[in-house]
Structures are given as C-alpha cells and as structure tokens.
Ligand binder design. Structure first.
Ligand code: ACO
Length: 329
C-alpha cells in the first residue's frame, strides 16, 4: 500500500443557533440538565430549504479551496450521512453535480456516527491501492429533519453540520495513514434507530401518527456501549501499532456526549487536554462531528505536521471505528 495523507480539511455549519434555553421553551427540560448530562450548550440548525447536500457542498468547497485544487481533480466522493437528501439517488450524486466534480464517482456511506471513520478507512484504501489520487470524504447530517422535537430525551442531543477531508497519496516520507480498526455489532440494532421509512416499515399514515420517522433510542444502553467500545477499540488500535496513548497528540472522538468522551479518555489513559471536545457549540452532528472538530483543531493551531491523531467513534448499528493518522500539513 502506498503512503496516504489527509491533504485538506473544511467544514460548514448553518448559521442558525438553537440554545438549551430555546429547547426549554419547547419541551420539559432545562439548560442545567442538558449541560450537566451532555455538555451541550447550543447546536446549529439548518433552515427548512437547506438539505444535507447543501451542507456537504460547502464543506467540500472549503476543503478544496484550502488545498488550492479544483473539483475536476476529484476522483471519488464518499458521502457519509444518515440523513441523505433522498433515499435515492445518493447524496454523493447530488454533491458531485453541484460541485462540478465531473470525473468523480462516489457513493453514500451509512454507518451513523461512525460513518466518517469508515469513510476515512475506505478512502485510505482507494488511494493507498494506487487507483485514486484525490478522494473527498464528506461527513454531513441534517439531524434536525429526523429528530422529534417533542421527545426531550433525544431532541437536546443533535445538531446539523458538515465537514470534509481530502485524501491524497503521500510522498515517500509522508505516511499519513497509520492504521484502522472497524467493527459492527448488529445485536445493538434495536436500541438506536429510525423505525419507519425503509422496506421493513414503509411510510403510512400510521407510521407518521406514531412518530416512527424520528430517531428512537434507549439512551443508557447506547451510553454504556459507547463508553466501553470506543475506549477499547482505540486501545486495541494503539497496541496494534506499538503506540502509547501519550504518543497521540490529539484524540478527535465523535462528539455524542461529553461524559462519554471523558470516560473513554480515562479508560484509555489519555490526558483530557489531548482530547478535542467542541460538543458544547455543535451538539452531535453525527457524521459531521469528526471533520468539524478536526477543522477547528487545525484552524486553532492544535494540529501540526507530524502529529499523531486518533479518530474514534461509536454509532447506531452498533458501528465502531478508530483510525490513526499522522497529520501532514
Ligand atoms: N431534560 C430533563 N430530563 C430529561 C431529559 C431532558 N432533556 N431527557 C431525559 N430526562 C430524564 C429522563 O426522563 C429520566 O427521568 P426519570 O428518572 O424521571 O425517568 C432522567 O432524566 C434520567 O434519564 P436517563 O436516560 O437515565 O439519563 P442519562 O443520564 O442516561 O442521560 C442521555 C440521557 C443524555 C440521552 C444519555 O443516556 C446519552 O447521552 N446517551 C447516549 C445517546 C447518544 O449519544 N446517542 C447519539 C447517537 S449514538 C452515539 O453517538 C454514540
């Protein structure tokens, strides 16, 4: 496998902000409860006419602009999302067209909160295998479209947003991609899902009346699994590459809950200052969290050439993933 690197990062969130106090006027909750139980202070929400492809497009443009390259150079687009514009065609097709990525093929990747990590692994292999030179991995979700704003247990958690990485071949001394571990455990499929709208339960008046087109979850079951497996898979990946937690400059985990992240960091033996947390401003943007957080880390000078970065996530499915990269710009 040839060397592979992350060559650019971009992100975009819609400007409208929904605060905890705003939510407290909609459901029986409070700023104090949300902040204490999740670490979230606010989240960004897309206007009604904005869909996932629009968020994805802005993030992709930002990454291409940072790299100083054009959409016509892109070979493939991996669009990570659980909130596609439509069931089909794929949102990757819509973004390819809007972006003008005339030579690119691509597809949507659905692995919920682990989607972006899976997308990174996939892109690393497309580029590492020698067949692709520029792969855009975009994590984009408009979670507000599938959240029940009458359900206080879920509506406080999520926000909308997108981020993108450009993946390219690395030079001889540029081994950006170090390794990965990804898993699924489908025994957890029932505890976090959108019950209706697919072939198992097609849309009907009844599914709408029963509010089955929204996210349904057993929060505590998800919480326990996430704490356990996000830490374990990260530790396994580090051990696989003879790395100790203190050699990781920055852990950029999926942002689902501040308590999940800190518990994982503690299990892993990772100092809290080496873990990026920005959930307070964005909530859980599902596939968007990791590239949005990485964009922020780079923009604020927390990532430098040569730094080892650990990306880790757990999501619906259950899906679990971790990727190790060396930052190359
Ligand atoms: N405001 C006030 N009270 C609330 C709220 C709210 N927004 N939501 C729930 N409660 C109440 C419950 O009704 C319950 O009341 P009761 O004791 O009278 O029955 C009480 O708070 C405690 O509820 P729990 O569910 O036990 O609270 P918990 O501490 O587990 O926190 C939470 C709930 C925040 C959802 C947590 O379980 C969690 O974060 N789980 C992970 C879910 C997640 O992140 N999913 C995202 C996708 S998957 C992923 O990204 C890993």
């Amino acid at each position: 496998m040839r060397n592979v690197k992350i060559s650019a990062v971009g992100a975009w969130v819609p400007p409208r902000v929904l605060t905890n106090d705003d939510l407290a006027r909609m459901v029986d909750t409070s700023n104090e409860w949300i902040l204490e139980r999740t670490g979230i202070e606010q989240r960004h929400i897309a206007d009604p006419e904005v869909a996932t492809s629009d968020l994805a497009l802005e993030a992709a443009k930002a990454a291409l602009e940072q790299r100083g390259t054009t959409a016509e150079d892109v070979d493939a687009i991996i669009l990570c999302t659980v909130t596609p514009d439509h069931m089909f065609p794929s949102t990757a097709c819509i973004v390819q067209h809007k972006l003008g990525a005339k030579r690119a093929w691509g597809f949507d990747l659905i692995a919920a909160c682990s989607s972006f990590v899976y997308g990174l692994t996939t892109a690393a292999h497309l580029v590492g295998g020698g067949t692709h030179k520029k792969v855009l991995v975009i994590g984009a979700d408009t979670m507000s479209r599938i959240i029940d704003y009458q359900d206080r247990a879920t509506c406080v958690l999520f926000g909308d947003g997108a981020g993108a990485f450009l993946i390219e071949p690395g030079g001889d001394d540029e081994q950006g991609f170090i390794g990965f571990r990804n898993e699924i455990d489908g025994s957890g499929a029932e505890v976090l899902r959108m019950p209706a709208g697919g072939s198992r339960m097609p849309p009907s008046h009844e599914t709408v009346d029963k509010r089955l087109h929204f996210v349904h979850q057993e929060g505590q079951a998800v919480f326990k699994f996430a704490v356990k497996r996000m830490g374990e898979i990260s530790a396994q990946l580090l051990a696989q590459h003879d790395l100790k937690p203190e050699q990781v400059k920055l852990m950029i985990p999926h942002q689902a809950n501040r308590r999940i992240i800190l518990a994982c960091a503690d299990r892993l033996g990772m100092p809290h200052e080496n873990v990026l947390i920005n959930i307070e401003r964005f909530g859980n943007t599902t596939a968007g969290t990791i590239p949005i957080a990485t964009n922020e880390a780079y923009a604020t000078g927390r990532l430098h050439k040569g730094d080892i970065v650990l990306f880790a996530a757990v999501g619906a499915g259950f899906t679990v993933g971790a990727n190790l990269w060396r930052w190359m710009f």
